[in-house]
Design a protein around this ligand. Structure first.
Ligand code: MN
Ligand code: MN
Length: 456
């Protein structure tokens, strides 16, 4: 069903199912605020549903439920199909990193009797949105003895929170006359973490008390920050938005909403002719770089492993598998905001409530940097959507020449794979709290399930 409001489809039982699914999604984004937390949660869900680590299989046969992880920040879940992997697999690829503020490697300092952590933002944030709100710290500190301390503070009612302060309007005349991208600058995003001085300490007494507490609570020293990865994120749970509870407001919908729906699509599927896969990847927000980004060889290596365990490996089988693979790059779209309609071309824009959104291309200017999916592939997808009565729409990222952006689609396109962006429209994308419609979340889940089952 193309370009129509999807809420019409829901009343009674299927509305209850939609709402229940969204409750489960809210739990996921409320608990999972880093890549590592998403991977740990996914492992738990997968193991509860009979999936096993790939290393526990010597051989693979149709119906095997397998997962693999990479450095704690990527996970792939597969149901092995009846056909050889060489024939290609059906993949849902989403990212589990979200824009945030990272703590620097040498972060701690004291100024004017306050203790602060120096930070470096991650991804495309609008900096002024992140000040004067309660923040939590999630992440890991890896120690020289090989142990890892997991940190999550700011979420429980009894936890303290942290914040980035801002200037009072009475004294902000100069500051507030700056353009929006200069009102708060990168080095102004330091986080306040304490201010009670330690007795009997003359210099840096506030800093000293923070270090004492870090030692007491986590058994970490100041130098341990050097091998830490700590992320500052908005505290608190995702919440229903609106009197009708039709939407969800929460941190990290981009792209955990597509990650969760993709993972659930695999979890709730049966064995198919083709092998089916959900791939949750890191580093999309900073260009898909490094060992855990989509540019990494990890996914290709993993397919080689699967081929080896299913039949026997040779390089040509791997090349065939990659080129015959069909993929949805499960990533969010920019929903039309009624406050800012001027940046959208309405009939080629994503509307909240009209279901999963396909972006044939993203990119900037003359489609620069995009993966322009083939119309033959789009036609196959239309057939699957319509025969399963799934509500879907097509969109571009804003009006021509207004801006632009990208996803992981072009990276897999380089393997000669058919791939298209397909995700959920979001309002306030990249803000500390983003907004999605519950009906789009559920329609995307149904669309992903139909895609992995029926794509040839
Ligand atoms: Mn995204
Ligand atoms: Mn993004």
């Amino acid at each position: 069903m193309y370009g129509k409001n999807a809420w019409k489809k829901y009343s009674g039982n299927n509305l209850n199912e939609l709402m229940q699914f969204n409750e489960e999604y809210k739990d996921f984004i409320s608990l999972c605020k880093t890549e590592r937390e998403c991977v740990s949660y996914s492992i738990k869900l997968l193991e509860q549903n009979g999936y096993k680590d790939i290393n526990s299989f010597d051989t693979l046969k149709a119906g095997d439920k397998v997962y693999a992880t990479n450095m704690g920040k990527n996970i792939c879940a597969f149901i092995i199909g009846k056909e050889p992997i060489e024939n290609g697999i059906n993949v849902l690829g989403a990212h589990i990193d979200s824009p945030r503020i990272d703590i620097k490697q040498n972060p701690l300092y004291e100024k004017n009797d306050m203790a602060l952590l120096d930070t470096h933002y991650y991804g495309g944030i609008v900096k002024y949105q992140w000040v004067t709100r309660p923040l939590a710290i999630h992440g890991v500190v890896c120690k020289k003895d090989g142990t890892t301390v997991n940190i999550s503070i700011g979420e429980a009612d009894s936890d303290p929170v942290f914040c980035i302060t801002d200037l009072l309007p009475h004294l902000a005349a100069d500051k507030n006359s700056k353009p929006g991208n200069k009102v708060i600058e990168g080095e102004d995003l330091d986080v306040t973490i304490g201010h009670m001085p330690l007795e009997d300490t003359e210099k840096n007494a506030v800093r000293a008390v923070v270090l004492k507490l870090l030692k007491e609570i986590y058994n970490i020293e100041e130098e341990d920050f050097v091998s830490s990865e700590l992320e500052i994120v908005p505290e608190g749970k995702a919440r229903d938005l609106g009197f009708d509870r039709s939407m969800i407001m929460g941190y990290g919908h981009d792209d955990r909403v597509c990650a969760y729906t993709s993972l659930r699509a695999i979890l709730d599927s049966e064995v198919c002719d083709r092998t089916i896969c959900a791939w949750l990847v890191d580093k999309e927000e900073i260009g898909s770089v490094g060992a855990t980004g989509a540019h990494s060889k990890w996914f290709e290596n993993l397919l080689a492993e699967l081929i080896n365990k299913q039949t026997s490996y040779n390089d040509l089988k791997l090349r065939h598998a990659l080129t015959n693979t069909k993929m949805l790059s499960s990533d969010v779209s920019a929903g039309v905001d009624p406050l800012y309609p001027q940046v959208f071309e309405d009939k080629n824009a994503a509307h909240l409530g009209c279901g999963i959104t396909f972006n044939k291309y993203t990119g900037s200017r003359g489609k620069s940097g995009c993966n322009d999916a083939s119309p033959e592939y789009m036609a196959q997808i239309r057939q699957i959507m319509d025969s399963n009565e799934i509500y879907y729409q097509t969109a571009e990222l804003g009006k021509v020449d207004v801006g632009g952006g990208g996803t992981i689609a072009y990276i897999l396109g380089n393997y000669n794979m058919n791939v298209i962006d397909a995700g959920i429209p979001v309002l306030s994308m990249h803000a500390p709290c983003e907004v999605v419609s519950k009906v789009d979340v559920y329609e995307a889940y149904l669309a992903y399930k139909a895609f992995v089952k029926e794509m040839k």
